[in-house]
Design a protein around this ligand. Structure first.
Ligand SMILES: Nc1ncnc2c1ncn2[C@@H]1O[C@H](COP(=O)(O)OP(=O)(O)OP(=O)(O)O)[C@@H](O)[C@H]1O
Length: 610
């Protein structure tokens, strides 16, 4: 959440229509606005594309000239002329190939730099979105927007776009030359191809549907396989390998069947293109010969027609496929633009915000209410004053709103009504960087990254403070020692250099908590938000965690979401949340004596544990 509201979105003007409602051309236009590099050097590229199309038509032209004015020259074959024309055709082919290569290279370069901008902007924006938006959007879908959706755009821009351009030009230039040679044969060739043009889009739709089915089956197959890998322990523990294997086999077979169905139709589409081209060739030969006998057309021109017909087949077949790719690209573009348009609902005021200097932190809830989007209120009229240096335990039944309270303090979202204040300043007005420095959240399950123990602890440092190898960083070691964790770390075979594995899978749950605490110690905030872990750990780890927590909290304002009432017993202040409302606030002994909510929770807990 480092960006400001103004830098990420693309809808600077609120009156602009959302990308999901835009037509094809408007989407392309807005896509180009977002990444204008796509159009870099377009005029030069277009010029090269025209040259490439003209060069391809040079061959039929040379054939006609060679036959009519070289081989069948009135005074006998004119060998030097034939040689010159063959040379010309060869040169044309070479120039055409060079132009095509140039077009590809230029397009590739321009589109890659455009897509780079699009990807980085989209990724940065995803980062700026509030945790809540990220959660509701399903993280997987956000990832796919920044990766595969951009890929569909790239496919079209790099390949489809230019093929469409070159193909259209090729058809136009070829038609022009054919019309010069013989209008009758030109009409004939078009008559052969028109039915294909009518039928192909429908067939292409079928191909798309079948490939859609393939992608679906493929996704299901990947899902089944990855589930079996992730759930390997459960599968083994319950001995259900055969059942799992049957599910995977069925998914693999379904993918194969879908693929075969799609390929069958592709074969029909491809063959019909070849069939029509051959029909056109046959018709040209037959009608051309007849016209030749009548003296309306020369041999060279009929031969040239045979070559020109070939120039039609590829583009016509490709055109529908390319148009389909255009649809995919436009859909991808809409989704990526949709991400860029998602408003940043927790906006960092940046430099225009109020500075919040380090020091003892007081926390105030000022008549705070909160409702998750489209949900009922989960917090109501919360008013609370936490003096600097106080340790507060928030207790309440599951779902009562404790975590929501902590999330508001970390500013993962803003209250629907009222305000949360740090040292009297509304969090909405506090500079993001100051807030992150002063308020540190230790979640129940701290996320560990694939790397060493030291690297994971060093995530507590701000980017600008990181230098050198964390393993050798005295600050990392210092944090570990401050919390009394060095005996544990020193027992590990590689000490601070011990790898933790993906998500810390090589450590136990208790050890992961210790790393999260050392990280928070290094972050050294003024206000600590602790979501107490509910998972049980062994007694030694429990003692170690409790000691580290005590050390971590020393001298700081602390808000702990307490799942164990022993934590509440030790806190300066207990806050009892019930159905979204703060119903009791006071010291442990005071609340027990009051005989209300807390007293009955405590009595139940004592009966269970002692
Ligand atoms: N992201 C969310 N979207 C919608 N509703 C949510 C979301 N997170 C929590 N809630 C709802 O808000 C209410 C309060 O949830 P919260 O997580 O704050 O409770 P809690 O007291 O921390 O519970 P627990 O002790 O089980 O962690 C619950 O009814 C829950 O269903």
């Amino acid at each position: 959440m480092s960006g400001t509201a103004a830098d990420g979105g693309v809808r600077a003007d609120a009156r602009m229509a959302p990308a999901s409602t835009l037509g094809v051309l408007a989407t392309l236009r807005r896509g180009v606005q977002v990444s204008p590099e796509i159009l870099q050097g377009l005029v030069g590229t277009l010029g090269l594309a025209v040259l490439a199309a003209v060069a391809r038509v040079l061959v039929p032209l040379a054939v006609q000239q060679t036959v009519d004015t070289g081989i069948l020259a009135p005074g006998g074959a004119d060998v030097p002329r034939v040689a010159a024309l063959v040379g010309l055709a060869a040169a044309g082919l070479l120039v055409g190939a060079a132009c095509s290569a140039g077009v590809n290279v230029r397009l590739f370069r321009a589109s890659e730099s455009g897509l780079l901008t699009l990807r980085t902007r989209a990724f940065r924006h995803v980062h700026d979105l509030s945790v809540l938006t990220q959660g509701s959007e399903r993280r997987g879908s956000l990832v796919s927007r920044v990766t595969s959706d951009v890929d569909t755009i790239s496919m079209f821009v790099q390949w489809g776009g230019i093929m469409l351009l070159v193909s259209l030009l090729q058809i136009l230039v070829a038609t022009a030359l054919m019309a010069v040679y013989s209008w009758q044969l030109t009409v004939l060739v078009w008559l052969c191809f028109v039915p294909l043009l009518i039928v192909l889009p429908r067939m292409q739709k079928g191909v798309n549907a079948r490939y859609g089915n393939v992608r679906e089956r493929y996704g299901a197959m990947l899902g089944a396989v990855s589930e079996a890998v992730v759930g390997a322990e459960t599968i083994r523990a319950y001995g259900v390998a055969a059942r799992t294997q049957r599910r995977i086999d069925a998914a693999v077979r379904a993918t194969r069947d879908a693929m075969v169905r799609a390929q069958n139709l592709v074969a029909v589409v491809f063959s019909s293109g070849v069939l029509v081209a051959n029909l056109a060739l046959a018709a040209v030969v037959a009608v051309g010969t007849w016209l030749g006998v009548l003296g309306d057309i020369s041999v060279g021109r009929v031969l040239a027609f045979l070559f020109l017909v070939q120039l039609f087949t590829g583009p016509v077949q490709m055109a529908t496929e390319i148009l389909n790719e255009l649809q995919n690209a436009v859909a991808g573009w809409r989704r990526v633009l949709g991400v860029l348009e998602t408003p940043v609902d927790v906006a960092d005021p940046g430099d225009s915000g109020r500075p919040s200097p380090r020091g003892p932190a007081t926390l105030t809830f000022d008549d705070v209410g909160y409702a998750y989007p489209d949900g009922p209120p989960v917090l109501r009229d919360v008013t609370l004053d936490v003096p600097a240096g106080t340790s507060v335990a928030v207790v309440g039944a599951t779902g009562s709103g404790k975590t929501t309270l902590a999330k508001l303090v970390a500013r993962f979202m803003d209250p629907t009504t009222g305000a949360v204040r740090l040292d009297g300043v509304d969090l909405r007005d506090v500079r993001g960087a100051d807030l992150r420095r002063r308020v540190v959240l230790v979640p129940q399950e701290g996320f560990l990254f694939d790397g060493t123990l030291a690297e994971n602890i060093a995530y507590g440092l701000r980017d600008e403070d990181v230098d050198g190898d964390p393993v050798a960083d005295p600050r990392v070691r210092g944090a570990v020692e401050d919390l009394g964790l060095h005996p544990w770390v020193d027992e590990l075979p590689q000490g601070l250099a011990t790898p933790v594995g993906q998500r810390g899978e090589m450590l136990s749950a208790g050890e992961r908590q210790l790393v999260a605490l050392a990280r928070a110690r290094l972050a050294d905030g003024d206000l600590l938000l602790l979501d107490e872990a509910t998972s049980a750990v062994d007694p030694v780890a429990e003692v170690r965690i409790a000691r580290a927590l005590r050390e971590l909290a020393r001298g700081r304002t602390t808000l702990t979401i307490a799942h164990r009432l022993s934590t509440a017993e030790a806190a300066d202040l207990v806050v009892v949340v019930h159905a979204g409302e703060v119903v009791e606030v006071g010291e442990h002994a005071e609340l027990v004596a009051r005989g209300g909510h807390y007293a009955s929770m405590h009595a139940a807990w004592v009966a269970q544990t002692r």
